[in-house]
Every structure is written in C-alpha cells, then in structure tokens.
Write a new protein. Structure first.
Length: 271
C-alpha cells in the first residue's frame, strides 16, 4: 500500500483537491444524460415513479404482497418506494463501476488525469438521483398519510455509511474490471440475486426460516430494514447500525480506494 493511501481520509482529500473537476464532470454527465430527451430532467422524477409503479402493480396488486401496517395499495407503494430508492442508489453505483475505466479510455491512454475522481462522479450523480427520489417520496408520504414523515431526520444516519460502502465498491470493482472484463457480464446477475435475496419486494416475515438465513447474510438487508424503520415507522436505526455501519463504510471506502490507486498504473497497458 502506498503512502498516498495509508491515510483512510485520502479519498476525501482527493475529492477536495479536485472538487472543481468533479463538479464539472457531474454537471456534464447530468446534462448529457437527458439532453436529447423531450422531458429532460423530468426523468429524474419519472424514473423512480414508473419503477415503483411497476413493482406495486406486480407485487402489491397482482401478487397481493402486504407489509404489516400497510392497509392499502398506496401504503404498500410507500413502503416499497422507501426501500427501492436505496437499492437503486446501490445499483447505479455498482453497475456503472464495471465499465467506468473502459468508457474513459481517452483519459487513461492519452493524458495524465486523476482517474480516481471518476468513482466520486458516479457516487455524486447517484446521490443526486437519490435525493430527488427522496423528495418525491416525502411528497407521496404527505399526500397518502397527511403528515410530514418525522423519521426523515434519520435518513443521513442510514445513507451516509451506505454511500461510503458503495463508493469503496465502485473504486474496487472499477479497478478490477479494467483487468477482468468478465465482471461486466457477471455484475448484472449478482445485482439481481442481491435484489431478490433481500427484503426489497417483500417483508422478511413472508420468507421461510431457511430463506431468512440467506436474507440475513445479504449486506443490503440491514440498510433496507433500517431505512424503512426510519421512513415508515419514524424509528432511529439500531445502536448497532449507528456504530458498526460507519466503520464498515469507511473501511470499504479506504480499501477500495487503495486498490484503485495500486492498480491504476497498469490501466494504460490494458487498453
């Protein structure tokens, strides 16, 4: 491990040092993503609504899945939405990591460029999408329940350690995928398995005892359950989550960043 990555805070120092560059890349990506669409940035709001609407139709209406306390399909949709927005943040960051270096070959082979800023860009763009989706959820909660969700104050306690973990995963997977392109094909399957083996689309109580053990091993389970507890019930995350999750998030971020820095010297030889 190099001296540059010996400090767990080095990833944050990189973000501060290159903050203007990161701002420009984030703005460029948001503009280019929706530039050619008729509705433009409105898709930031429509995408999560359409996704949750589809899941609600399948699981809430057709399969009649219910969480405890969900007295209607709208309540079910609210509970579902509370978990989906956290999963979609995870999905966006991790899925993009597989092609992050390959999609920026010009920066790898033709110039000296701080490649380690790209995962920051991915995480920030995903966080912006998350915040927009959260704002939509707050509006829906107010419309359905008639009250402001007080548990919103606990969202940072759940989200920030989760975001650090996702950032570390992005650094690690993007550097690994540069040498092992098969990861691009394996990740969609892994992400799908993680989704269906988590309490995203159904309550844990509906699963068999054996399957509950599998769900308990899924790293997403802790996040989704804590998020729903905060948003739906207004309860703070458990003390274990508040203490352990930040440590896991920081460790994942540091190790992922260190892996990226250690591997990036060979990126130019791959392409």
């Amino acid at each position: 491990m190099t001296a540059q990555t010996a400090n767990p805070l080095e990833a944050f120092r990189t973000a501060i040092k290159h903050r203007y560059l990161i701002q420009q890349l984030v703005a460029k990506e948001l503009r280019s993503k929706y530039r050619k669409s008729t509705l433009g940035l409105a898709w930031l709001i429509m995408n999560p609504l359409l996704l949750v609407g589809a899941y609600t139709l399948v699981f809430g209406v057709l399969l009649k899945v219910r969480w405890g306390g969900a007295s209607s399909t709208l309540e079910f949709s609210l509970i579902l939405h509370a978990g989906v927005m956290f999963y979609m943040f995870f999905y966006e960051v991790v899925s993009r990591s597989a092609t992050l270096i390959a999609n920026n070959q010009s920066f790898v082979t033709k110039m000296v460029f701080p490649l380690e800023v790209f995962p920051w860009v991915v995480v920030i763009v995903a966080a912006i999408n998350f915040l927009v989706t959260l704002a939509v959820w707050i509006g829906l909660s107010w419309a359905i329940r008639g009250t402001f969700p007080a548990g919103i104050i606990w969202v940072p306690v759940v989200f920030i350690p989760f975001a650090l973990f996702c950032a570390g995963s992005c650094w690690f997977l993007s550097s690994l995928a540069a040498y092992k392109p098969d990861i691009e094909h394996a990740l969609p399957v892994i992400l799908l398995m993680l989704m269906y083996m988590s309490p995203l689309l159904f309550p844990v109580e509906k699963a068999s005892d054996t399957f509950r053990m599998v769900i308990a091993l899924n790293p997403l389970t802790w996040v989704l359950e804590s998020a729903r507890s905060a948003l739906i019930s207004g309860q703070p995350p458990s003390l274990a989550y508040a203490l352990v999750a930040p440590a896991i998030g920081m460790a994942a971020m540091w190790l992922g960043y260190a892996s990226f820095i250690g591997n990036k010297r060979g990126f130019a030889d791959v392409f």
